[in-house]
Design a protein around this ligand. Structure first.
Ligand code: GRF
Length: 202
């Protein structure tokens, strides 16, 4: 068993943020080890990224007739056995209930492609871009936060970074700037937690 801090990463799709974490672990920028990557979607590209990095890649499928809470409790059991220091939601597109969260106080970290209290839920970047086109905003941002409860993209903030929206931006160029920012800030925030620069435990 590795003595490095242990990360479990939950994904649902592309996994570019997972890739940033894997790369940072490999280069020793991040003093941690990804011990499992779990997706609720079978075809999530992030599972391939995990396999390519030699990391356990699990499609954790919902069983027929399984309730949300039962799924979450089963997922929590699986992850508890991995003894993670932190669980990173990196594009995990499924709301977690207390049946999961109560097992991991102060240890579930979410990434949201908008600033605190803005554009919660899905399509945050598209909605920020639309607001910009209406002249309502000239910046958006990203945040990394703890997930204490079932609130959507809400919880104690660990890090934020403002991302400007330029007049010449397309949705694609804004998405690229936001993702680049996410990759950098997510890795930095995990590092800050692991090195006690940010403390989130009482
Ligand atoms: C990111 O924008 C993240 O903030 C949001 O979902 C996206 C996941 O992207 N929750 P990826 O799968 O890491 O490429």
């Amino acid at each position: 068993m590795t003595s490095l801090p242990r990360l479990v990463v939950l994904i649902s799709g592309n996994g570019s943020n997972l890739q940033a974490i894997l790369d940072a672990c490999k280069s020793d920028e991040l003093p941690a080890s990804v011990i499992s990557v779990i997706s609720n979607k079978a075809d999530a590209h992030g599972l391939t990224r995990a396999q390519n990095a030699g990391v356990e890649a699990i499609h954790f499928a919902k069983l027929e007739n399984e309730s949300r809470r039962d799924y979450d409790a089963r997922l929590a059991n699986y992850i508890t056995a991995k003894q993670p220091n932190y669980i990173i939601l990196a594009g995990w597109m499924r709301l977690l209930t207390s049946a999961f969260l109560e097992h991991f106080p102060n240890r579930v970290i979410n990434l949201h492609p908008a600033l605190p209290n803005t554009f919660p839920g899905t399509h945050a970047i598209e909605r920020a871009f639309a607001a910009h086109q209406l002249g309502e905003i000239n910046h958006t941002g990203i945040m990394v936060h703890l997930v204490p409860d079932e609130g959507v993209d809400n919880g104690p903030v660990l890090a934020t970074e403002l991302v400007p929206i330029h007049p010449t931006d397309t949705l694609e160029s804004l998405e690229a700037r936001i993702h680049e920012t996410e990759h950098r800030i997510l890795v930095q925030t995990i590092k800050d937690l692991l090195t006690d620069k940010i403390r989130c435990r009482p």
